[in-house]
Write a protein that binds this ligand. Structure first.
Ligand SMILES: [Zn+2]
Length: 220
């Protein structure tokens, strides 16, 4: 709805006929009062007039009007009278309950694995979030020791099942979750899947993991 409005507004104001019809700047300002921070805009969308705002990051001026230079979300700073656009790619993403994340196992105790989350859904993230995976959330079947399911360095896909103080509790119970890439704990070579085990073609070692259905195939 807001997007539609912004687009319409932009097109109307940029068209010379519409501008004439709109008359004074006052009516223009009136039209724009519905704006708020966080609105999605694309390049060329009208953000305001220079009498009213200082153009900030991600904007440009044309004929006294401020437009979005990039696609992103608006930030209206009413105190400093600045309007900016923050590119979507730079928005900091935070895992949520239900998010599918990709991360690297950093350490393992008997009952807990620590995971460094570096991707949420398809998006690589710039911040670092820690995930915790408890032994009870690894698989539907009984797991005796986490050392049989993960090793430090493994790349895993997991689901966020709860969150407390920015520590994300993970689960690999679903079939498409688990280890995506694993490396031989003896020689460091990438492990190939052979039925229910992983096999090192360099040194012949066989290892166990809780691996995902698309082990070795996922891009990350
Ligand atoms: Zn090996």
């Amino acid at each position: 709805m807001e997007e539609y409005q912004a687009l319409w507004l932009s097109a109307a104001i940029r068209s010379p006929i519409a501008s004439r019809d709109m008359g004074s700047k006052q009516s223009l300002v009136k039209l724009l009062t519905k704006r708020q921070s966080g609105q999605f805009v694309t390049p060329g969308n009208l953000l305001g007039v220079i009498e009213e705002f200082t153009p900030g990051q991600g904007t440009y001026i044309e004929n006294g009007r401020i437009y979005a230079k990039v696609s992103g979300r608006t930030l209206l700073d009413m105190q400093n009278k600045t309007v900016s656009v923050y590119p979507l790619a730079r928005l900091v993403r935070i895992p949520k309950i239900g998010s599918i994340i990709t991360g690297q196992v950093s350490s393992i105790q008997n009952k807990t694995a620590h995971v460094r989350i570096f991707k949420i859904g398809k998006d690589l993230i710039s911040g670092v979030f820690s995930g915790l995976l408890y032994i009870s959330d690894v698989s539907r079947s009984y797991v005796d020791s986490l050392h049989d399911t993960f090793k430090p360095g493994d790349i895993i896909r997991a689901k966020v099942i709860s969150e407390k103080n920015r520590t994300f509790h993970l689960s690999t119970v679903d079939k498409n979750l688990g280890v995506l890439y694993a490396y031989c704990s003896q020689c460091g070579e990438f492990l190939q899947q052979k039925r229910y085990k992983l096999h090192c073609s360099a040194c012949g070692r066989i290892e166990k993991r809780r691996f995902a259905g698309d082990y070795g195939e996922a891009a990350f």
